[in-house]
Design a protein around this ligand. Structure first.
Ligand code: ADP
Length: 433
């Protein structure tokens, strides 16, 4: 239905009433009095409808407006139509919200909708169960006031939500949670919390298993190596055939020993960092020490090692771990670069970051391998790596160590032209020496 009330319609209606009353007044001889009475009647009628409209709008619970004919009837119908349209829209919106909530409740994860300033707007039941968020009591509270873990505060502070953050549930200390934050809508954030206790326990079991097996293998290996060395050093020279067999056994036992050693290091660095064990590590001294230590490794290859240590900056971290990471990169460069190569080692400032770099002019690495180098046991060329005594665990150890130190490994390499392994340390880990 469409009704259009124009100024001319109003004007003609008024003229019509005045004309009728003028004619009537003329007939009975009271023209002005009748016109005045008609105006009064019109005024009273409009005031009455204004009163009814106000009463209906503000006090009535009924959806249907007062009954009227004429212009006021059309006004009431128009208002009624608007209200019905509004109600329909509201219903559609409510259905949508209900569907969203049902969906969010059906999620196996805890879900919280946060505003831009991190205050809670909405959460599902699971969020109450595993994050201890009360609904609707905690609505409007900032999430970092309710989940008080240093890891989580740091996660929010960095604002880098690409990787998840792991915390223990504030409600049940047996539960391990993985939190993921993502943009949601135009100015909101969605926080999803998943219970990863089972995966965590399995991971722990795997780590313990590897660590225990490696530990148990150490003793038999030492015994075998001892006996082989004893036999090799007997006064009576062995038959050349046996000599070869024993030196092969010795080589393989040493290789296995190195593998066991690396597996033990890996299971040690895989666990969370003990923040109390951190201290200021004198990186220039650590690197100088490393160069001396690897000189025996370099005896056969005779590489030219160029060093550029410019800065007197140390790193807040665990010395043994940092040493193991740097040593791995340096020993790889020595091992994979053909004889008489050039290896450049540097500890320099790069913008706000500190950069430890090992560059070689060895064979380089094809681009398709670069992303997988830090996987456990990943080797580009298995037979070559085995010849160099590699286990494929070195860069996996480096990755975990760097994770503990909030540092990043960047590998630049061109097939046939050499490689550069760079560790970038954030400004927050740097300390003046
Ligand atoms: P590995 O103990 O076998 O050296 P790593 O994890 O240290 O294991 O290295 C993984 C692989 O990356 C190696 O097998 C090797 O193929 C490659 N790689 C590492 N460093 C270099 C390098 N400087 N030049 C060429 N290849 C390298």
């Amino acid at each position: 239905m469409y009704f259009r009330l124009s100024i001319s319609t109003l004007f003609y209606r008024l003229v019509f009433w005045l004309f009728i009353s003028a004619v009537l007044g003329y007939i009975i001889g009271f023209i002005w009095q009748v016109i005045a009475l008609t105006c009064l009647f019109l005024l009273v009628s409009h005031y009455r409808h204004l009163y009814l409209l106000t009463k209906w709008l503000w006090h009535s619970k009924s959806l249907s407006p007062p009954q009227a004919s004429g212009i006021w009837g059309l006004i009431y119908d128009g208002l009624y139509r608007l209200i019905r349209q509004q109600r329909k829209k509201q219903k559609v919106l409510n259905d949508k919200i209900r569907r969203f909530r049902d969906g969010a409740e059906a999620l196996p994860d805890a879900a919280l909708v946060l505003s831009e300033d991190l205050s809670i707007l909405w959460g599902n039941k699971k969020a109450q169960n595993i994050l201890g968020i009360q609904w609707p009591g905690d609505v409007g509270q900032r999430i970092d006031n309710l989940i008080r873990f240093p890891e989580f505060s740091k996660y929010l502070e960095t604002g880098n939500f690409n990787a998840p953050c792991k915390i223990i549930s504030p409600v049940d200390h047996e539960l391990q949670l993985e939190l993921r934050m993502m943009p949601y809508g135009s100015e909101q954030l969605l926080l999803l919390a998943r219970d990863i206790s089972k995966i965590h326990r399995l991971e722990e079991m795997r780590r313990d298993f590897v660590a225990n097996v490696s530990h148990e293998l150490k003793t038999p290996l030492t015994v075998v190596r001892g006996y082989v060395e004893m036999i090799q050093s007997t006064e009576h020279a062995l038959d050349p055939h046996w000599q070869k067999a024993f030196s092969t056994i010795e080589g393989q036992v040493s290789r296995m020993g190195r593998l066991v050693e690396q597996l033990l290091i890996l299971s040690r660095v895989e666990i969370q960092i003990d923040h109390d064990a951190r201290e200021v590590v004198d990186m220039p001294a650590l690197i100088s020490g490393l160069i001396e230590e690897v000189s025996w490794l370099n005896q056969e290859k005779q590489h030219q090692i160029e060093v550029d240590i410019e800065s007197s900056i140390g790193i807040m971290g665990i010395e043994t771990e940092l040493k193991s990471a740097c040593a791995n990169l340096l020993s790889n460069a020595i091992a994979y670069t053909p004889k008489n190569g050039i290896i450049r080692l540097s500890w320099l400032r790069d913008g706000t970051k500190m950069k430890f770099s090992v560059q070689d002019n060895g064979p380089g690495i094809k681009p398709e391998h670069l992303n997988r180098l830090t996987e456990r046991f990943y080797r580009v060329d298995k037979s070559r790596s085995r010849d160099t005594g590699g286990s494929g665990l070195g860069l996996a150890i480096v990755k975990h160590v760097l994770h503990h130190h909030n540092a990043e490994l960047v590998i630049n390499s061109r097939w046939g032209q050499g490689s550069e392994f760079v560790i970038y340390f954030e400004q927050t880990s740097q300390r003046e020496l």
